[in-house]
Ligand binder design. Sequence first.
Ligand SMILES: [Zn+2]
Ligand SMILES: [Zn+2]
Length: 208
Amino acid sequence: MKIDLHLHTKPRSQCSYIDPADLIAEAKKIGLDGFCLTEHQVLWDKDAVRELAGESGLKIFRGNEITTAQGDVLVFGLEKDIQGIITIQELHQEVQAAGAYSILAHPFRGFKTFGVTDLQMSVDQAARKKALQYVDAVEIRNGKVSPQDNEMAQKVAEKLGLPGTGGSDAHNLDDIGTFITLFEQTIEDDRQLVEALRTGCFTVASGR
Ligand SMILES: [Zn+2]
Ligand SMILES: [Zn+2]
């Protein structure tokens, strides 16, 4: 299944220009099987998602992008409403208690801009990023960061033996599906999405 695991719609994410209704049409047009709504700090309610999916045939999942003091984390299967900035350790505890799943989003966004070329972070140094100890997976393909940022995330994930996911992080309609996660099995609901993530049987791809 071709699933975009990371995207934002308006008005739940104020920074997004994507009307949820347009998202359905675009996702079908580019051939996605489904997507996961990951607004900032807001979880869609189940009825609204069911209504949005309508007769489209698309699988729509509910996630959340939570801001922690150590970076953004995509969470799946966590129903608890988390407001304000928490630490990644606190979020990790919530995720564990709920049997949820967490992915460190765009972990090295803009890392190149911070260093002089020959002082750039090595993969070994990058792998010491503390947040990586408190997540289940790493987003190794994010549609809003540079190829170098994604490459560093992939190398670090490989080094640490963490699974890697892909998502567009779309805020505009044209960006949907730039990167996706390919799952081997069919996924019907939010619980099955968490189970599928847990198996680690997925790869990343470009979705358009
Ligand atoms: Zn983010
Ligand atoms: Zn995002």
